[in-house]
Design a protein around this ligand. Structure first.
Ligand code: MRU
Length: 351
């Protein structure tokens, strides 16, 4: 039986090198690229060779370590300034996922406290990056266990984008309960929405669930309403890039539409994320910067033009689902339900 634990890792650090699984090339090719400087990793994040909120945070953290490991600079002042500058670039590579800024900021706090001597400094930063990765692994497993309580035998679960193993250290957030179900022999019918324009649902979610031997059915984004109407969907499970203080959920474009549909059909709509995705400093979803990506993602599919050249295009990569459309948020500490803002804060501060 194939296992989720045999999937290639999205991010890995070894021998002063960051290894990234090139997610632009999936599902056709499994290619792992080696990165030896921070700005190449920054480009890979912008180009979405590595993507998914926790994964880009881990990639950025390891990028800073590799930069230090490869540098010959000995002057402590210059080393620190260089790392701080790179941290600024990495932090800004994608603006919406709070986990990226969160991971980079953790590295900067550690940098500020680390000894000046070069080897000790590297050891401190490597330790912090490893902690971020190890914590993520434990968090995904805990989310899997909490989310599993929502699943019933033969239930139909709709997911969108990719909040699976490819987006984190392993197992995923929204997909973690589905992997846990598979391991316990609980049958679940999973529906993956393709997720235009970048097709993370078709290229990544359908691929990784299939590799792990789970029952996955691919649908186009515009089929969700029809499937809900015919009773095929019992539950929606989504990831998120940021949850604001009031419980609004910022996630992949198309999430809001699915949430509205789920509300219309009375289907529970759950979001899974690590507590680091909770942005208590931002009051509401409308305040979050939504990344607007290149028009070619909309006008082309697989390098082939599907629209008239020069057509006007909008390409917001994320949308905001208001808290009142969200049934609950599954974190590593348990599930918070309405009123989300208050209950999520209580759950996290109790932990
Ligand atoms: O643009 P992407 O592919 O990085 O977007 C990813 C998502 O929207 C995921 O749902 C989110 O990051 C959660 S990943 C555990």
């Amino acid at each position: 039986m194939p296992s989720v634990d045999e999937l290639p890792r999205a991010v890995r650090h070894q021998d002063a090198t960051v290894f990234l699984l090139d997610q632009r090339r999936l599902p056709g090719e499994v290619v792992i690229e080696a990165y030896t400087d921070a700005m190449s990793v920054e480009r890979a994040i912008r180009e979405m060779r590595v993507r998914g909120a926790p994964a880009i945070g881990m990639a950025a953290a390891w990028a800073l370590v590799v930069e230090l490991e490869r540098s010959a600079e000995q002057d402590p002042q210059r080393v620190r300034r260089h790392i701080e500058q790179l941290a600024g670039h990495l932090r800004a590579a994608r603006p919406t996922a709070v986990n990226l800024a969160w991971a980079v900021d953790r590295m900067l706090v550690r940098l500020a406290r680390a000894p000046a001597e070069r080897d000790a400094l590297i050891a401190h930063l490597a330790d912090e990056a490893q902690r971020i990765e190890d914590e993520d692994r434990a968090i995904c497993r805990a989310i899997g266990e909490h989310g599993l309580t929502l699943l019933r035998p033969d239930c139909g679960v709709l997911t969108h984008c990719n909040a699976g193993a490819l987006a984190v250290s392993e197992r995923g957030t929204a997909l973690a309960p589905l992997y846990a179900a598979g391991e316990r022999g609980l049958p679940v019918r999973i529906f993956a929405a393709e997720t235009r324009p970048v097709l993370q649902g078709a290229r990544l979610t359908a691929w990784e669930l299939g590799q792990a031997g789970l029952d996955v059915t691919l649908i186009c984004d515009n089929m969700a309403a029809a499937l809900m109407a015919e009773g095929a969907i019992d539950l929606v499970l989504m990831g998120t890039d940021r949850v604001t203080a009031n419980g609004d959920v910022v996630n992949k474009i198309g999430t809001l539409g699915v949430a509205i549909l789920a509300h219309h059909f009375g289907i529970p709509f759950y979001v899974a994320c690590p507590s680091s995705t909770f942005d208590a400093a931002t009051a509401r979803g409308v305040e979050v910067e939504i990344e607007e990506r290149d028009a070619t993602e909309v006008t082309h599919v697989g390098g082939v033009a599907i629209a008239p050249s020069g057509v006007k295009v909008r390409n917001p990569a994320f949308d905001v689902t208001p808290a009142d459309l969200v049934t609950g948020i599954i974190t590593e500490h348990g599930i918070a339900r309405a009123p989300l803002g208050i209950n999520l804060r209580q759950l996290l501060s109790a932990a």
